[in-house]
Ligand binder design. Structure first.
Ligand code: GDP
Length: 316
């Protein structure tokens, strides 16, 4: 099968203000295509009618579906209704509208949390729906599983070229540094920075420090997403990751070094650990011709610089 060509296409990035969507918009600047975006104030994607009208007017050929309600372990656990409702509705509306308006190709971004809590590591795409989910983010996971399955259903029934990809934990510029909703990497950048500035003796890291996580810089994600739109055209989901992980303790040490915090690290075991490990098997992605380029130390250093430059406008 030949490559899907983006040249001359009208490409809608849904969720362009989010970390993943904004990185995809940046990446598409180097492609010969027209990028379309629409803000939430104009079209709330949870509502099918304004979306339908917008699609009829703007007629995208290609969709990168990166819109959704996202957050870290605390946000998932404390706002379960919003996480499941927003994501089910947004995906359902976007997928249905993409079919109705004849979109030629769509990539739906899932998440590595859709895999069973105790999946065999590294986690292959085949592990989907083979066991119970991690309870702390099951709401988001069930919604994302619905989205992936729905994309496959529209391919099966209507022949839509909708593909799905499962990124591992993402980080980078545009990340959420608000501590109530942040994932571990931006949360630790912020808290380590604040500990340094206030001259604290110690920094408390949530959980035991033992869980292992894989982190992908969002510019790598965007590059992989554009690659997959071009070369992938089947129902099989594709994991997007680096193929390596580290413990939360090692991550906290790495961030401490980059930020330059001299105090010690303490672990608060009253906070949840979440799933013990979630390293993705990136064999399928590698065979499709893509590998991650941005190393973690380099990526964290860049993200810390972005954080410092944007400190004034970041909410607490
Ligand atoms: P998860 O990957 O879905 O579990 O979500 P997170 O990125 O929020 O958390 C990953 C791991 O980092 C969990 O074991 C957390 O307990 C741990 N962690 C340590 N310190 C922090 C922190 O300050 N914020 C967050 N969100 N997680 C932390």
């Amino acid at each position: 099968m030949g490559e899907f060509d983006l040249a001359g296409r009208r490409v809608w990035v849904a969720g362009h203000r989010g970390m993943a969507g904004s990185a995809i918009v940046r990446r598409l600047a180097t492609e010969d295509c027209e990028v379309l975006t629409v803000g939430r104030e104009e079209v709330d994607l949870r509502d099918p009618e304004p979306l339908d009208a917008w699609m009829a007017r703007r007629r995208p050929d290609v969709v990168f579906m990166a819109a959704g309600t996202v957050g870290g372990i605390l946000a998932n656990d404390s706002r379960p209704a919003e996480f499941i409702r927003d994501n089910v509705m947004i995906q359902g509306n976007v997928i249905h509208a993409a079919w109705r308006h004849g979109v030629a190709k769509m990539l739906l971004l899932g998440s590595s949390c859709i895999y069973p809590k105790l999946a065999v590591q590294p986690i292959s795409e085949e592990a989907l729906l083979t066991g119970p989910l991690e309870p702390t983010n099951q709401w988001y996971a069930v919604a994302k599983i619905a989205g992936v399955t729905m994309a496959q259903a529209y391919r099966a029934q209507y022949g839509c070229d909708f593909i799905t990809a499962m990124p591992t934990n993402l980080y980078g510029p545009g990340d959420n540094f608000n501590l109530d909703a942040a994932h571990v990497l931006p949360a630790l950048i912020r808290r380590t920075h604040e500990a340094k500035v206030t001259g604290a003796a110690a920094l408390t890291v949530w959980g035991s420090g033992a869980p292992q996580r894989e982190f992908l810089h969002v510019d790598d994600l965007a590059d992989a997403a554009v690659h997959l739109i071009k070369v992938h055209g089947t129902a099989e989901p594709v994991n997007i990751g680096t193929g390596t992980d580290l413990s939360i303790r090692d991550l906290a040490e790495l961030i401490r070094g980059i930020v330059g915090f001299e105090g010690e690290l303490r672990f608060d075991e009253t906070k949840p650990d979440g799933t013990p490990r979630k390293l993705l098997d990136v064999g399928r992605l590698t065979r499709l011709g893509w590998t991650a380029r941005i190393g973690l130390a380099d990526g964290v250093a860049r993200t810390y610089r972005w954080f410092l430059e944007n400190l004034d406008r970041l909410r607490r």
